[in-house]
Write a protein that binds this ligand. Structure first.
Ligand code: CP3
Length: 355
């Protein structure tokens, strides 16, 4: 049953390589998990999702728990990522949206005016009781494996709300940002508040760390990111910082933004594969990094993949801390056995002293 009392953390979490790396402490091995590990590349995932809609599965604590555990059982990764979606909290407060297979989130009535923004309710824990229940069950099941909670950052979630669906250019979103700064500010504050509460619900129920996904921030010039987006992400990260768990902040195509994204205040900055990790380390400030093997390398011969993984691990030794990951999500057609070999390679790679 759900309760408002935070569970006592499992004592084995103190030895977690994932949490140690996030805090910049020495690790026994480079910790590894994968964005989208709990998704379509696993046959056991496809089996339990048969005939169940994406949002429906996110609102069913038993199913959410099972799907979150699947990649942990299969790969023995160093962290579980909570199975949900960045638009789930909007759905929970009553925004009419769906996640369509092969397309992504689609919003029935896109947000365009101040009245549209003001019509979106703030998130309360009651809206997402099923999240609390699933996280509590997972925390018990996972024992010494940390659960990573997550939310979408204000810009990336705003893009779905304003465009009404997935977008390459984010043209309407940026038009609002440039042309109606008061509406933009209200929207970013609204989504930021929802994101912060969504993360807090997960942490209060037992999540050991959180990731704030600003997947589409790479669409912005640095000055615009700094003026219109970073302060809102920073507010979300500061609110969660008060709960004392490590915070990861990730975006795609953010080579130019790694400095300001680091300054938004996370403990760890996620890096996609387009930026060499050694360059990223210089840009994020005194923070840990996460990444950044090209997700397509999992389709290469095993020895090619592991040679490139070794380069990523070696580069990561110069960082304050390093969590191994792909540069973006697992591609649905990925061979799970190859991901299992990659996981074992990273976890058994002999570490030299930190540079
Ligand atoms: O990482 C995990 O395995 C945990 C679960 C998770 C999902 N979405 C499940 C999902 C997480 C962390 C997300 C985050 C998310 N959702 C992001 C940020 C991460 C990123 O990839 O940059 C974004 C931008 C979204 C929005 C969204 N939801 C997209 C782009 C899609 C994919 C559309 C498609 O089908 O190609 C979704 C749907 C979605 N979210 C699926 C899953 C497993 C597929 C739905 C299905 O199986 O029917």
């Amino acid at each position: 049953m759900s309760s408002n009392v935070a569970p006592t953390p499992d004592p084995r979490l103190a030895d977690s390589a994932f949490l140690k790396a996030a805090r910049g402490e020495e690790v026994p091995h480079t910790p590894v998990w994968y964005m989208r590990q709990a998704g379509r590349s696993l046959p056991e995932y496809l089996a339990v999702r048969e005939g169940v809609g994406m949002l429906e599965s996110c609102m069913d604590p038993a199913l959410t728990t099972e799907i979150t555990l699947q990649p942990v059982r299969r790969y023995g990764v160093d962290a579980a990522v909570f199975f949900s979606d960045i638009v789930l909290p909007l759905k929970a407060v009553g925004v009419d949206l769906d996640i369509k297979p092969g397309i992504g989130p689609v919003v029935e009535s896109p947000v365009r005016t101040l009245a549209d923004v003001e019509a979106i309710p703030d998130l309360t824990p009651e809206h997402v009781w099923f999240i609390t229940e699933a996280v509590q069950a997972l925390t018990r099941e996972l024992g010494g494996t940390p659960l990573l909670g997550f939310a979408g950052a204000p810009f990336t979630v705003a893009s779905y709300l304003v465009e009404g669906g997935p977008s390459k250019e984010h043209a309407r979103t940026k038009a609002m940002m440039f042309g109606a700064p008061d509406v933009w500010d209200a929207l970013m504050r609204k989504i930021g508040g929802i994101a912060a509460e969504f993360l807090a619900v997960q942490v209060r129920a037992g999540a050991s760390a959180v990731q704030l996904f600003d997947s589409w921030a790479g669409a912005l010039a640095p000055a615009d990111y700094a003026a219109y987006v970073q302060p809102h992400s920073a507010r979300v990260l500061a609110t969660i910082g008060e709960l004392g768990v490590p915070r990861i902040h990730f975006g795609v195509g953010t080579s130019n933004l790694l400095g300001p994204m680091g300054e938004a205040g996370a403990d760890v900055v996620g890096v996609d594969w387009r930026t060499p990790l050694e360059d990223a380390i210089g840009r994020v400030g005194d923070r840990a990094v996460q990444g950044n093997l090209d997700p397509t390398l999992v389709f290469a011969p095993t020895e090619v993949m592991t040679a490139r993984a070794a380069e990523v691990i070696e580069a990561g030794r110069a960082a304050r801390g390093h969590i191994f990951n792909l540069g973006h999500g697992v591609i649905p057609s990925t061979d799970p056995d190859q991901l299992a070999r990659l996981t074992e390679f990273v976890q058994t790679y002999p570490l030299t002293p930190r540079r």
